[in-house]
Design a protein around this ligand. Structure first.
Ligand code: PLP
Length: 626
């Protein structure tokens, strides 16, 4: 096995990465495969010199462009191969990554296919209406809407933007009718159907009947009748549905699309002149590269998704003798996930295989002697027994300490003796063919901890909130076998601030293969496929703020250009977000320093230094600075 295969890069890397001869991770330009890959560590080092230190999110423009092209071209191919007579329009759901640079690049790179936007709130609609969208791009308004939201959407249609108000509920229709009457306008309307088909995967519980959005068949009939009564059924041009994000299985896609298409036919039969069938999001990303129907993987490619959607709709329409509608999808995750990489440095490690060998000493507690004696009977056939014994005696000794019956020196020797047993068992287990069950669990509880300069809550919130798995790998030394195993902890003071499930060549594991840290050398890890949802769902736990973000273009000479750079939050920025006035904080501290000068606690000449330390922190990065 070559070293880089330890991370399963070839399986989840979507042909975007290569390992260079020097072991660096290289970024490939998917549009220009003949160009040499660009070294990611070289980019990180260069950014560092420019004052943009890790942690940093690196967005690669070519990766985003490739996804947009692949989605649109795959639909075109599926449409022409199957003889489908309608067309396809993509809309990007802004909520998946609202950053202006990302949204604008999607619009620009999507211009050949007139990619539009989906807005799920007033703020997102304000963004959508301000962008330079092609004339024939759609703006689809989902989400709960008040009068202002509806008013803005209807007036945008007046301006000439194809802005569709999707009715999420029967009540929303009353708001729409009221606003439309006041404005004297006939809006472009859509209706969101609550499909009965449930998705599996992470969003199963909020799909099907339990979905909080959309209308069921009886509410739908109510909407149709009301629109008919006010002579506005002809405003209904789009049908929307969304079964859930990250659908793992192509059969589920087919079933939900088929149900949506049946509703579409039925609505047309009721007299609604529907032209657009919007199938929402759901196109998944293969985070683990396993290519199977599982929570973090998918059993289909983008091309297979497209052909299944097209053929399913075609079949239902032909069966009903209806013309083929324009297909719309709102693929967020699949569009942006691969384009961002979070790079952070490892600050420090806690090793569990270092330490002193413990020998018997006079006066040792009997239970401590029992732990030391385990070494006399350790062998491959008794590993589980040895570990259980060591855990048992160590736990008893801890209990004694808690009751005040054991001195700290004996507890320290007990902890160390326990670790020497675990280390020996680990060594023997590494050679053993099959280590499973509770032994594996105990051994994995003693892998190294690598302390990363990041906040999981800010940069990888789904890792914490919904156990999302993102591939993680070192960006250098990939020509060198990683001999250690570690979990990652972050810089927040929260025990949940950790990553402990990883994609490796062997599948999903509870420890990441890592290299030994070298003194004086940075060890940077990359977290991949983080462009969707992570940037916007993050919070300010421990007041770690936004990281720096850069967008890079890969150049023909194997280099890169910096296309955009957004500085991460300073300490003053995050203080302001939680309603502290940084200047008032500084003034308050100054007063304390002056007070200390006044009573002679510090010299007047020290004042400037003390205050500038505080001021420097206020203006600095919230993360560890080297
Ligand atoms: N459209 C709607 C209405 C959604 O709720 C979502 C997300 O859940 C999406 C689109 C994007 O889904 P995905 O990222 O799976 O493509």
């Amino acid at each position: 096995m070559t070293a880089h295969d330890q991370y399963g890069l070839e399986r989840w890397g979507m042909d975007l990465f290569a390992v260079l001869e020097n072991g660096d991770l290289g970024l490939l330009d998917p549009e220009r495969p003949d160009i040499a890959p660009v070294s990611l560590p070289a980019i990180v080092a260069d950014l560092d010199q420019r004052g943009i230190a890790a942690p940093v999110v690196i967005r690669v423009q070519a990766f985003l462009r490739r996804q947009i092209a692949e989605l649109n071209e795959s639909f075109s191919t599926a449409i022409s191969d199957s003889g489908y007579l309608g067309s396809y329009r993509a809309v990007f759901p802004i909520k998946v990554n609202q950053q202006a640079d990302v949204v604008d690049r999607i619009i620009d790179d999507g211009r050949p296919w007139s990619v539009g936007l989906e807005a799920g709130s007033k703020a997102e609609l304000v963004i959508a209406l301000s962008r330079d969208l092609p004339d024939d791009a759609l703006v689809v308004c989902n989400g709960v809407k008040d009068e202002q939201f509806v008013r803005l959407a209807i007036t945008a249609h007046q301006v000439g933007i194809s802005c569709v108000v999707v009715l999420e509920s029967a009540d929303e229709l009353d708001v729409v009718l009221r606003v439309a009457e006041r404005l004297g306008q006939r809006p472009l309307l859509g209706v969101r159907i609550k499909l009965t088909e449930k998705s599996s995967g992470a969003w199963a519980s909020s799909s099907g009947d339990r979905s909080s959005f959309g209308v069921n068949a009886s509410a739908l009939m109510g909407i149709v009748e009301k629109l008919r009564a006010v002579d506005m059924l002809d405003c209904l041009v789009l049908q929307h549905s969304h079964v859930g994000s990250q659908i793992p299985n192509v059969d589920e896609i087919r079933s939900s699309v088929s149900e949506a298409a049946r509703f579409f036919v039925a609505l047309r039969n009721e007299g609604a002149p529907l032209t657009h069938l919007d199938l929402g999001g759901g196109l998944g990303v293969d985070y683990t590269g396993e290519q199977r129907s599982a929570e973090h993987s998918v059993d289909y490619t983008i091309a297979e998704y497209c052909i299944n959607v097209v053929e399913t709709v075609q079949h239902v329409m032909d069966d009903a003798g209806e013309p083929h509608p324009t297909l719309v999808t709102e693929s967020g995750r699949a569009t942006v996930a691969s384009s961002s990489i979070l790079v952070f440095d490892v600050l420090d490690a806690t090793y569990y295989d270092r330490g002193e060998w413990i020998d018997h000493e006079p006066g040792d507690h009997e239970l401590l002697s029992n732990i030391i004696r385990i070494h006399d009977y350790i062998d491959e056939g008794r590993l589980q027994e040895c570990v259980s014994d060591a855990e048992h005696y160590r736990n008893e000794l801890r209990e004694n300490f808690r009751r005040g019956l054991l001195p700290l020196t004996q507890l320290a020797r007990a902890e160390e003796a326990h670790l020497t047993v675990i280390r020996r068992v680990k060594k023997i287990a590494a050679r053993a063919a099959d280590v499973g069950g509770s032994l594996r669990e105990i051994l994995d509880a003693h892998v190294d901890i690598y302390h990363g300069n990041l906040s999981v809550f800010q940069s990888l919130p789904d890792t914490w909130a919904i156990d999302q798995i993102h591939p993680v790998a070192p960006i250098r030394r990939l020509d060198e076998v990683a001999t250690r195993r570690a979990i990652l902890s972050d810089t927040t003071c929260d025990s949940d601030g950790k990553i402990d499930r990883f994609v490796t060549a062997a599948g999903v594991e509870t420890a990441l293969p890592v290299h030994e840290l070298v003194a004086g050398e940075h060890y940077h890890l990359g977290v991949f496929l983080v462009g969707a949802y992570q940037e916007t769902l993050g919070d300010l736990h421990n007041l770690f703020g936004d990281t720096h973000v850069v967008t890079v273009g890969l150049t023909a000479d194997g280099g890169y250009e910096l296309l955009d750079d957004t500085e991460g939050d300073t300490v003053a920025d995050v203080l302001s977000i939680v309603q502290y006035d940084p200047k008032a904080c500084l003034d308050a501290y100054k007063k304390k320093v002056d007070g200390a000068v006044a009573i002679g606690r510090i010299k007047a000449t020290e004042r400037r230094d003390l205050i500038s330390t505080y001021r420097r922190i206020l203006g600095g990065y919230t993360y560890f600075e080297h």
